[in-house]
Design a protein around this ligand. Structure first.
Ligand code: SAH
Length: 203
């Protein structure tokens, strides 16, 4: 997976490649699709949600340029796979998921595998997690119509956010940087994520 899907497509960050080699992706997918865990596509994880394709996870992590001291907010815990990678690449991870069932299963897996620097809560992640702000980096794994204001507010100075922005079926992956309190945006590539659903939460 790391050589054929990541290195060959230009992922170069050695910390990202090492983390992607270390995290056992099969532990984060349901039994029924385990044989496909390392394939080049997303997989269903329940509640109509998916674990993202390995390449797009690596690309997002590379663009976040995480330092070992960073505090990170993740929106859309899903399976907990990207959470585990963030946990290896940063100091502390705060992850928000709107489905209680997914949050519980992700938390079980992360605890069982020993990823200790992670906190998960069930809520609407478009509101961020203000008690723990500001964040050095924010990773949004579901597609928004625009950058939610609360997330930008909770980004620290020089903080980076990766977020897919566009319609429910087609988006652009954006790198947002906060400089002097202002938003700088760079379009990275086309992508397709499940929609970020604002408001109602499934507890
Ligand atoms: N990073 C995850 C990707 C999961 S897909 C993984 O590697 O498995 C996106 C996730 O975002 C889904 O689990 C979905 O339930 C969640 N989501 C959608 N809208 C949300 C919201 N407003 N707040 C928090 N999570 C949300």
């Amino acid at each position: 997976m790391v050589r054929a899907q990541l290195e060959e497509r230009g992922i170069r960050d050695v910390r990202v490649l090492a983390a992607m080699s270390a995290v056992p992706r099969h532990e984060f997918v349901p039994e029924s699709v385990r044989q496909d865990a390392y394939e080049d596509h997303p997989l269903p994880i329940g509640e109509g949600q998916t674990i993202s394709q390995p390449y797009i996870v690596a690309a997002m992590l590379e663009h976040l340029a995480l330092r070992p001291t960073d505090r990170v907010l993740e929106v859309g815990t899903g399976s907990g796979y990207a959470t585990a990678l963030l946990s290896m690449l940063s100091a502390e991870v705060f992850s928000v998921e709107r489905y209680a069932s997914l949050a519980a299963s992700a938390e079980d897996t992360l605890v069982r595998l020993g990823y200790g620097n992670v906190k998960i809560k069930v809520d609407d992640g478009s509101l961020g997690w203000s008690e723990h702000a500001p964040f050095d980096a924010i990773l949004v794994s579901a597609a928004a119509g625009d950058v939610p204001g609360a997330l930008f507010d909770q980004l620290g100075e020089e903080g980076r956010m990766i977020i897919p922005v566009g319609s429910p079926v087609m988006q652009e992956l954006l790198l947002i940087t906060k400089r002097d309190g202002r938003r700088e945006a760079r379009v990275l590539e086309g992508c397709r994520f499940v929609p970020l659903v604002e408001g109602d939460v499934h507890r």
